[in-house]
Design a protein around this ligand. Structure first.
Ligand code: PA5
Length: 423
């Protein structure tokens, strides 16, 4: 169960209603025309699920639990979503004991020390790249291959590698030549919207998660979108962000659980890369995404929200049930009696009250606030949340009339890198 509330007046008059209607229509068009394939991922992947289940149950290493380490090589949209969901659910009973390693950055210090923790003889490798040419992903893959290369037998990875990429990408061609297992990303599903495709589903299934339940959770949010249309609270929020974009140009996701660290990062990428664009007449738009963790960041960024410039909106993400009954002991320590008011209280009650109290203070400071309250962390709620934020991103993009799904701004640097290192 996920409840959503807003604590500000979205000021929707006639013009606002028509803007919301147009955004909804544009999203419907994006879905129906196949322009953005992510919309239907929750409901069109029974074949993918069967293929993944079949692969895991027939692979000699995965089916016999001979794998100790799962190595995911990919960057940006090819790894952040999987990391987000795994971090949210890592303590759930479904998670098997396989260690997961995300290799994404070319920082040699991080890379070497991450690889030191992997037992390469018992590792299963998943290389994920939609384009199949991303320099970080391919360079790390080459490096791992060099470590696995046997001086006599050469590189024999059969059954110990799977590749997830676009059909006919350079990586796909290599994989076919080497007879590696390949799963395809639908062509119309962009990297940062791809976690509910094989990009996330395969590694998450290897880790033991219930990927059908993940998709069911996303499908529940999709159903709300299809049924309620313009009545959806999400559109009121999106309209407010659109209307006030010149003044309120920062969106803060304040998540009250450490399990949301990676989810916040996923949201930052989704929001930043999708909505930071040049609009018509060269207006530069973008609502800078910020991810905070409660209560930790109450001791840091909160001051800026409450007393700093009024250029922020805040979404509080609250987990109602942590399912752990630990309490602060009834221990009164000399000189520390002022802290005794929490003695005997559950940690869960305290962190949730911190969320409520901070939210109250932020609302009082005149900052636009909304709340997403999750009953418990499981595959369903994770899928629901992922899809909710994807829809919200599309809704804001539709209102801004930008291309939510491209990223022309990151191409220039790639060309310059090539020129620099090709000399
Ligand atoms: O969202 C995006 O499109 C990007 O962040 C990509 O996911 C990222 O650049 C990695 O690209 P690729 O999957 O082609 O290796």
């Amino acid at each position: 169960m996920i409840k959503k509330r807003i604590f500000f007046d979205p000021e929707i008059k006639k013009e606002g209603l028509s803007k919301i209607k147009k955004a909804f229509e544009r999203m419907q068009y994006e879905r129906e025309s196949g322009l953005a394939g992510y919309y239907d991922l929750p409901v069109n992947q029974s074949e993918t699920i069967s293929a993944i289940e079949d692969f895991i149950s027939t692979n000699e290493y995965l089916s016999h639990n001979l794998i100790k380490d799962l190595v995911v090589i990919g960057i940006g949209g090819s790894s952040l979503g999987t990391r987000a969901i795994d971090t949210l659910l890592m303590f759930s009973h479904n998670r098997n004991i396989v260690n997961i390693h995300f290799l994404e950055n070319l920082d040699p210090l991080y890379l070497i020390n991450s690889i030191k923790k992997i037992d390469l003889s018992k590792a299963f490798i998943v290389v994920i790249s939609k384009s199949g040419t991303t320099i970080e992903t391919i360079s790390i893959t080459k490096y791992i291959f060099s470590l696995l290369q046997d001086p006599i037998k050469g590189l024999d990875l059969k059954n110990k590698i799977a590749v997830i990429t676009d059909r006919d990408s350079p990586l796909d061609r290599l994989s076919k030549e080497r007879d590696w297992k390949v799963f395809y990303i639908p062509t119309n599903v962009g990297g940062r919207f791809s976690v509910l495709s094989p990009v996330g589903l395969l590694p998450l299934a290897i880790l033991g998660y219930d990927i059908k339940a993940l998709l069911n959770g996303a499908a529940a949010m999709r159903e709300e979108f299809m049924q309620n249309g313009v009545e959806l609270l999400l559109f009121k929020k999106a309209y407010y962000y659109y209307k006030h974009r010149k003044k309120i140009n920062m969106n803060i996701l304040f998540s009250y659980s450490s399990m949301f660290e990676a989810f916040n990062k996923w949201y930052i990428q989704l929001w930043g890369e999708s909505l930071g664009k040049k609009r018509k007449e060269n207006e530069r738009v973008g609502l800078t995404p910020v991810g905070l963790i409660g209560s930790v960041d109450q001791h840091s960024f909160l001051q800026l929200i409450v007393e700093g410039p009024k250029d922020k909106s805040v979404t509080f993400l609250k987990l109602k049930n942590f399912e752990l009954p630990i309490t602060v002991p009834h221990l009164s320590l000399p000189y520390l009696e002022t802290t005794d008011f929490v003695n005997g209280r559950r940690f869960q009650t305290i962190i949730n009250s911190q969320c409520d109290s901070t939210m109250e203070a932020v609302i009082e400071a005149g900052v636009p606030v909304d709340l997403i309250e999750i009953n418990e962390l499981n595959e369903e709620s994770a899928g629901y949340l992922i899809y909710y934020f994807e829809l919200l991103t599309s809704a804001v993009g539709a209102m801004l009339q930008i291309n939510t799904y491209d990223q022309p701004g990151v191409e220039k640097g790639k060309i310059l890198l090539k020129n620099r290192l090709s000399k």
